[in-house]
Ligand binder design. Structure first.
Ligand SMILES: [Zn+2]
Length: 296
C-alpha cells in the first residue's frame, strides 16, 4: 500500500514535471494557417531566432518569424508595436528566452490564451537573475535543448527531426566550446571590464574576472563619477582590456582607454547579426579571437 502511494506520488511528480516543461496544453497544435504554412513559430528576439532556425531546419510547413526588429539588440525597455502584436496573433507557438527578458509580452500573452509558449531558459539556473544565458555556450546549449524538446512535444509528427536538428546544433556548439577552452584557458590575466551586464555567463564559463561593468542601462552613458572610479579601478587592478559591445556607443570605453593603459576591444553578446543559422557560432568564434588578442 505504502509502495503504491510512493509510486503514485512519483508518477504525479513526473507528470507535473512533464506539464510544466513546455506549456500548459498537450492537445497538439491546431494550425491557424493554411496547409502550406502548417505551423507558424515566432521568436521574441535575435538569439532565440538563431537557435530556433537551427532546430526547425527542413521541418515541412514551418514558418519562422522573428518579432522584435533585428536592430533592437537586447529587449531591455523594448516597447512592442502593433506589427509585433499582429505577428503574435498569427503564431501557433512563441519561443521566448524568459527569465524576465520579455516582460513586455506578459499582457499580450494573457490576451492570446491559445498561443503555445516555449521558454528557452526554463529550469536553468540564473546568475543573479541575469537573463543573458545565451551569451555562455553552455547556456546556449541548454536553451537549444529546451526549445527542441518542446517543439518535439508540441508538433509530434516531426518530433524526431526537431530532436535531431537540436542535437546536431548542440554538437556544433560543443565543438566550439572545446576550441574556446583550448584557446582561452591558458591565459594568465583574465581581468576584464565590460559594458552592459551581458557577460556573466560567458565570463564564468571561461574563467574571466569581470572587475567592473560600466553603463548598465542600455543606451545610457556612465556619469563622470562612475567613469573616474572605473579609471582608478583599472589603474589599481592591472586590467589590460575594456570590452565595448558593437550595439553600444564606444565613447566611454575610449575615454577609459585614453586615461589608462587598457585598450578597447569589441565583444559581441550575439543580440544582433546575420539572420543565418551559423551566425551565433561565427560571433562566438570572433569573440574568442578578440579575447585571445586582448589578454594573451
Ligand atoms: Zn542585455
Amino acid at each position: 500500500m505504502k509502495r503504491t502511494k510512493v509510486l503514485i506520488g512519483f508518477l504525479l511528480v513526473v507528470f507535473l514535471l512533464f506539464i510544466v516543461s513546455c506549456s500548459a496544453t498537450y492537445t497538439g497544435v491546431q494550425s491557424k494557417n493554411d496547409q502550406e504554412k502548417r505551423l507558424t513559430v515566432s521568436t521574441s528576439f535575435y538569439p532565440i531566432y538563431i537557435m530556433t532556425l537551427n532546430i526547425v531546419k527542413d521541418v515541412p510547413g514551418v514558418d519562422l518569424v522573428n518579432i522584435a526588429p533585428l536592430q533592437t539588440g537586447c529587449l531591455h525597455d523594448y516597447q512592442m508595436t502593433a506589427n509585433d502584436l499582429k505577428k503574435m496573433e498569427n503564431s501557433d507557438i512563441l519561443v521566448v528566452n524568459g527569465a524576465g527578458t520579455e516582460s513586455f509580452l506578459d499582457q499580450v500573452i494573457e490576451q492570446l490564451p491559445e498561443l503555445e509558449i516555449i521558454e528557452a531558459s526554463r529550469g536553468l539556473e540564473l546568475i543573479n537573475d541575469n537573463p543573458h544565458i545565451w551569451v555562455g555556450i553552455s547556456g546556449a546549449k541548454a536553451e537549444v535543448e529546451n526549445i527542441s524538446t518542446c517543439l518535439a512535444e508540441l508538433d509530434p509528427a516531426y518530433a524526431e527531426l526537431y530532436l535531431r536538428n537540436g542535437n546536431e546544433y548542440i554538437s556544433r556548439l560543443k565543438a566550439l566550446e572545446t576550441r574556446m577552452h583550448q584557446t582561452l584557458d591558458g591565459i594568465a590575466n583574465k581581468k576584464i571590464i565590460t559594458f552592459h551586464e551581458a557577460f556573466p555567463y560567458f565570463a564564468r564559463e571561461f574563467g574571466l574576472e569581470t572587475v567592473a561593468v560600466i553603463q548598465r542601462e542600455a543606451g545610457s552613458e556612465p556619469g563622470a563619477r562612475e567613469l573616474q572610479e572605473t579609471i582608478e579601478l583599472i589603474k589599481n587592478t592591472n586590467v589590460k582590456a575594456v570590452f565595448a559591445e558593437p550595439q553600444y556607443s564606444p565613447l566611454s570605453a575610449e575615454t577609459i582607454a585614453r586615461e589608462t593603459d587598457a585598450r578597447v576591444y569589441r565583444l559581441d553578446p550575439a543580440v544582433t547579426g546575420e539572420m543565418e543559422a551559423d551566425a551565433y557560432l561565427k560571433t562566438m568564434e570572433k569573440n574568442m579571437q578578440v579575447l585571445f588578442e586582448a589578454l594573451k
